[in-house]
Design a protein around this ligand. Structure first.
Ligand code: SPV
Ligand code: MG
Length: 535
């Protein structure tokens, strides 16, 4: 529903409705969250919050700009306090046009002279507008509005200037006939007698709006009884915020520290919530192209056949074996994509043409039968940039593994499985580790690599490296340097990644361990493919 229609409905609804004042985007949002169905864009509190007087010292466009922020921050309708319309009928026409463009639901104009003075200041001395001139302004506004439900409220200031009930009624009726959708009757008495006298004679000819700032002791039910349509709480959250700002400013000035105020004010995250930072976060994920330094990449080493798997790998490399509906490689790519890793290089060798998935950089290692993992890695290392994940193409793993390595700020992070059959004898990457004392409250946290051995060691060891590693931008540089240094040496041809890691440890480069327990399958050792299912 349009905001204009919402405001019109509030005015026409049979029960008493309320508008709460707001004076900027965040206060408007707070009003909406409190449950109000509409907002009064108060001239007093907007000018006050800008630090100027309620005498048209802020220009009308400055006011409309503030109200646009309020409208953008909310979904409920705003009735703007348009003072006198900021000029004659012609200024009113332009005002209505601009308000409609900014999705403001209605405007209230008062029958005083520009520049206006607040109704609670020097009321008796304030001149009223000529009735006909003011009616022309209302008509002009109604004629120019494009949306039939845009609301124009005419505000009668006769009681404010001490002109009496007769004048108030005469004006209200003239304004109604000129096309006003509602009449705001204002009073500065500390009781509602003027308003109630007016209501006695008005007989519901048009919806009546009141601002009970001064007659705040009058029970709200008295307004209901007299069929008032709309009550405006015109300045109260502004006044509340002034009090709080004064208290906090004085307290911090006095105490010269923040200790005692911290718990009496909202946390910073409440500001972020009100600004709806969550929405921006989601949008960034959707729309922001990764910045070069920020970009994540992956290298999947998938050049080997996996002879142990027999006929399963007769015409495809093991990375393409289907487990359930998807191949191991497809599953890995899906997980990587979920972490916005789209730049993926796959080092292919055996049956490389069978790796026919979209959007991959296929890097060939035709000597896959005679070379080790480092040769494959070296062929792909310059195709990646930014934070990078290196993984073997034959592991089935849970998606959260990526989260734990990517969340770890260390430069080189490996995933080690601490839960696998210690009793079985086989060859793999067995990890010895040491814990950095006192660095974490958590057991299993802050382990670093001491050594990786290929043959299952007899002594106690920490777990098995699963073939997944994260490199920060710096970590990637370390690996590139290592490759650069070693690739011309004969031993490089047979080197595996564990050999590089051991070298790096010897050079006192820290290799951080993230521990998992299970939740992954090494396809070489898979016994029952049907168990893998669709996890
Ligand atoms: C305002 O909120 O700016 C008003 C109401 O116009 S009053 O201050 O009571 O005049
Ligand atoms: Mg005002």
């Amino acid at each position: 529903m349009n905001k204009t229609t919402k405001l019109k409905k509030l005015l026409l609804s049979p029960q008493l409705e309320f508008l709460m004042e707001a004076h900027n985007g965040i206060s408007a949002k707070i009003v909406e969250e409190a449950g109000f169905k509409g907002i009064w864009a108060s001239g007093l509190s907007i000018s006050g919050s800008l630090g100027v007087r309620d005498n048209n010292e802020a220009s009308w466009t400055q006011i409309v700009d503030v109200v646009e922020f309020m409208s953008d921050a909310t979904t409920i309708p705003i009735l703007i306090d348009g003072d006198t319309g900021y000029g004659n009928f012609n200024n009113m026409r332009r005002l209505v046009k601009k308000l409609e463009q900014r999705d403001i639901a209605g405007v209230c104009i008062e029958d005083k002279i520009f520049p206006k003075t607040n109704s609670f200041l020097r009321g008796n001395g304030q001149p009223l507008a000529d009735i006909n001139e003011f009616c022309g302004k209302i008509k002009a506004g109604k004629d120019v509005q494009r949306d039939g439900d845009f609301v124009i409220v005419a505000r009668v200031e006769a009681f404010i200037t001490g002109s009496g009930l007769g004048e108030a009624l005469k004006r209200a009726e003239a304004y109604r006939q000129a096309g006003a959708d509602a009449i705001l009757v204002h009073s500065r008495l500390s009781n509602a007698s003027e308003i109630f006298d007016f209501m006695k004679h008005w007989e519901n000819r048009a919806p009546i709006v009141i601002v009970p700032t001064k007659y705040y002791t009058t029970p709200t039910d008295e307004f209901r009884k007299r069929k008032i349509s709309l009550a405006i709480w015109a300045n109260h959250i502004f006044r509340g915020s002034i009090q709080k700002m004064q208290e906090i400013a004085k307290q911090i000035y006095r105490e010269q520290n923040l200790l005692s105020v911290e718990d009496s004010i909202v946390p910073i995250k409440e500001i972020f919530r009100l600004q709806d930072d969550k929405e921006l976060e989601r949008a960034e994920e959707l729309y922001l192209s990764p910045k070069p330094g920020n970009q994540r990449s992956a290298i999947i080493l998938a050049s080997t056949r996996g002879e142990q798997l027999g006929k399963l790998t007769k015409s495809i490399p093991k990375t393409m074996i289907k487990i359930g509906k998807k191949s191991i490689l497809e599953r890995a790519i899906e997980h990587l994509n979920e972490y916005y890793i789209k730049n993926i290089s796959v080092v292919a060798g055996y049956k490389k043409e069978a790796i026919n998935l979209p959007d991959l950089n296929i890097i060939e290692n035709d000597r896959y039968e005679t070379t080790g993992e480092m040769v494959s890695l070296s062929k792909a290392i310059d195709t990646v940039q930014g934070e990078s994940v290196i993984l073997f193409g034959d592991i089935l793993f849970k998606k959260y593994f990526l989260s734990i390595i990517l969340d770890d700020p260390a430069d080189i992070v490996i995933i080690v499985d601490s839960a696998f059959p210690f009793d079985k004898q086989y060859q793999s990457d067995f990890v010895h580790a040491y814990q950095v004392e006192g660095a974490s409250l958590f057991p299993n946290d802050n382990y670093h690599l001491k050594e990786i051995l290929y043959d299952q060691p007899r002594t106690e060891y920490y777990g098995e490296w699963i073939g997944m590693m994260k490199l920060s931008v710096k970590g990637l540089g370390i690996v590139r340097n290592f490759i650069h240094e070693f690739q011309n040496q004969p031993e490089f041809q047979k080197m595996d990644i564990r050999d590089m890691l051991n070298h790096l440890v010897q050079r006192e480069i820290k290799i951080k361990i993230q521990t998992i327990a299970g939740h992954r399958i090494d396809v070489n050792n898979i016994e029952d493919f049907s168990l893998a299912g669709d996890f």
